[in-house]
Design a protein around this ligand. Structure first.
Ligand code: GLU
Length: 434
């Protein structure tokens, strides 16, 4: 394990990765600079925030089902903890890279600050393809990772959570390893756990609920009627599918298009979300649903709809397709789906974009509720969780919207400004030691 405190070797990455996508760390730095400049905060704050506090690289040997040992690479990046313990998910994906994890860790710092949660920001990731691994292999990998980072996590240090292709099961294994190593059960070391071991009611669909709440707030600002407003969703994993369900059932919106990595479907009359979910569970993709028009995973972003929810991976709305987006509202379920150039285009076109650090913060907000319940050994009702979540999301949406109005900036810059201000104020008050 190598520890690099305040690494100044930031990134020597080129602006685009092998897939032609913009490098997420470059994107994160561009956003930080824009926010710092708009706020007029000192360059010293930029220098401190433009490098993570700590970057941990781990090598993880796992005995695979065929008896052979395979070594996986993992990361945990702790960006900033001025406002509270580091907080952020762990991602399992073949395309995980250090620059992606660094960007995601910085976005967590802003996300917890925008929601005014007493946390900093971190992110973890393992380069692996969980779809091609057995349950036993995934368990061994998760446990070995938990062991490898066990001395830098903890209920008051760094509290991991699920992210892309990880869920309650992985969280349970991490809680178990940490608890064994520390000699007592410690539910508050991790969030997104199964209910039986201290998970929170309402956590599993909390990110989607947040995405829906802010989409509805945005619609109010634009005087768009919620009933039958048309929604297109890219990504039909936990976030995308639950967002579809909540937007349809709780807000009466019409889900006209959805997609997953294999492609998408579109129906002018609206899709039956329950049916789409069943089909996804049955065949592994939404594309096999009978009776809907086929559409590609990219074209879903420019489909005819009032609200667009990108809920897959980063870097999908770019300077190549931003001109063609037809939605009036974008609620970012994924982290980093829009590049800075696309942001500029969308803003000029008058599209109201609710940025990831606000739109998908429902997950970490209910993680916070889970952590509080864990520390106190209490269990709140689902109603209590959901109503506290709604209160926090609506307040944060309005804080960001006010910043947008008063500084005449786009919503992302407004959210970044609010977050950077909250973090830098604390850094200045706490000072530098030694
Ligand atoms: N992975 C989620 C996110 O990106 C949740 C993080 C958390 O609950 O700590 O916001």
């Amino acid at each position: 394990m190598s520890l690099r405190a305040n690494s100044s070797e930031a990134s020597s990455a080129s602006k685009r990765n092998a897939n032609g996508q913009e490098d997420p760390w470059e994107v994160a730095l561009t956003q930080l600079k824009k926010g710092i400049d708009a706020l007029g905060v000192s360059n010293e704050i930029y220098e401190m925030l433009s490098v993570p506090n700590r970057e941990v690289h781990v090598e993880l040997p796992v005995k695979m089902d065929n008896g052979k040992i395979k070594v996986f690479h993992g990361y945990r990046v702790q960006h900033n903890n001025a406002r509270g313990p580091y907080k952020g998910g762990i991602r399992f994906h073949p395309q995980v890279s250090i620059n992606e994890v660094k960007a995601l860790s910085m976005w967590m710092t802003w996300k917890t600050a925008v929601l005014d949660l007493p946390y900093g920001g971190a992110k973890g990731g393992i380069v692996c393809d969980p779809k091609s691994m057995s349950n036993v292999e995934i368990e061994s990998l998760t446990r070995r990772y938990a062991y490898a980072i066990s001395d830098i996590i903890g209920p008051y240090k760094d509290i991991p959570a699920p992210d892309v292709y990880t869920g309650p099961k992985n969280m349970a294994w991490i809680m178990d390893v940490y608890s064994i190593l520390n000699g007592h059960p410690e539910p508050a070391v991790i969030t997104g756990k199964p209910l039986e071991i201290g998970g929170s009611l309402g956590r599993s669909d909390s990110t989607s609920r947040g995405v829906a709440i802010v989409a509805a707030e945005a619609a109010k600002k634009l005087n768009i009627k919620l009933k039958d407003a048309r929604v297109a969703i890219q990504g039909f994993g936990n976030v995308g599918s639950n967002a579809a369900l909540i937007l349809r059932k709780d807000y009466g919106m019409k889900i006209v298009g959805v997609s997953d990595s294999k492609g998408g479907i579109y129906s002018r009359e609206g899709l039956d979300v329950d049916k789409v979910m069943k089909e996804k569970e049955r065949s592994g993709t939404v594309t096999s649903l009978a009776g809907a028009e086929k559409i590609s995973n990219e074209d879903i972003l420019t489909a005819d709809a009032d609200v667009l929810v990108p809920a897959a991976l980063e870097g999908v709305i770019t300077d190549r397709n931003a001109e063609k987006v037809r939605a009036k509202i974008i609620s970012e379920g994924a982290n980093g789906p829009t590049t800075p150039e696309a942001d500029r285009i969308l803003h000029e076109r008058g599209i109201l974009l609710v940025p990831d650090i606000l739109a998908n913060a429902g997950g970490v907000t209910v993680s916070y509720f889970e952590w509080v319940q864990g520390l106190q050994r209490l269990q709140w009702t689902e109603e209590e969780v959901n109503s506290r979540l709604a209160e926090k999301m609506v307040k944060s949406f309005n804080d960001v919207y006010e910043m947008r109005q008063s500084h005449k900036v786009d919503m992302r810059t407004a959210a970044d400004m609010l977050a950077i201000k909250r973090v830098s104020d604390v850094m200045v008050i706490r000072g530098i030691w030694p």
